[in-house]
Design a protein around this ligand. Sequence first.
Ligand code: ATP
Length: 268
Amino acid sequence: MVRTLPEAAVAPATWDHAVQAHGLQVRAGRHLAVTGLDLRLGVGVHGLLGPNGAGKTTLMRALATVLRPAGGRLELLGRPAHELRADLRPIRRMMGYLPQEFGYYPKFTVREFVAYMAWLKEVPTTDVAVATERAIARVGLTDRADSKLKQLSGGMLRRAGVAQAIVNDPALLLLDEPTVGLDPEQRLTFRELLRDLGADTCVLVSTHLVEDVVASCTDVVIVHAGRVVWQGTPAELADHGGTGDAGDSAAERGYSALVRQARREAGA
Ligand SMILES: Nc1ncnc2c1ncn2[C@@H]1O[C@H](COP(=O)(O)OP(=O)(O)OP(=O)(O)O)[C@@H](O)[C@H]1O
């Protein structure tokens, strides 16, 4: 993919993969949670699956430049992560990140929150109002734009979190469990938004819901014990399951089979 970057400071202006990791290691506290991970992500929607404690959140935090890698190589939007550390603002301007738990000022309205995040990400002042309204509309919160964050349900708050993540039209979008708390109708709408975003953005979505991945992702990444143990399409995932594997769908059975295999290979 070729994208024009906003300024020379983030040269080069082109990259093939928004994320490239080789032998990546990342600590969560003192624990090495990402243990030598290889990954390449281009434009599209990538579903990140893995058992509890596999390292998904730690990986997301490293890709979001919140955690510094402990080893290996990481390139984000064509730039080595260690080079970016001198000034993280240019790269963060081009990223969107919804953490599993995000901080917010409860008295802010949805509009104030999203506009504030746009300002933090250095969206040009003249574009902030339009970008804010568009992001709020894309997550279906226009009728709650004047509600205070503390008045929102869990699902609505999550959608406000997604709005702030996309307000700057990021080239790399990282969403950690964005569908938690969404009702079934909102999950369907959210899948459409993901597919739409994935047309020109590298989107990485961590989830426990295999069915969400099948419905909205072009690519599936399975992490186990801090490494990528499988990457392929949802159709390939479905092919891996057998009748003896746990799950309500072919993709869930495929996921169960691949995690079981990873556990066996790890000697767990
Ligand atoms: N601050 C910390 N200190 C020590 N260990 C931690 C810390 N944070 C996470 N860990 C450990 O690191 C490993 C990876 O955690 P991480 O939260 O990245 O997993 P995850 O795949 O996101 O899990 P889940 O699906 O439960 O959200 C786990 O074993 C976890 O217990």
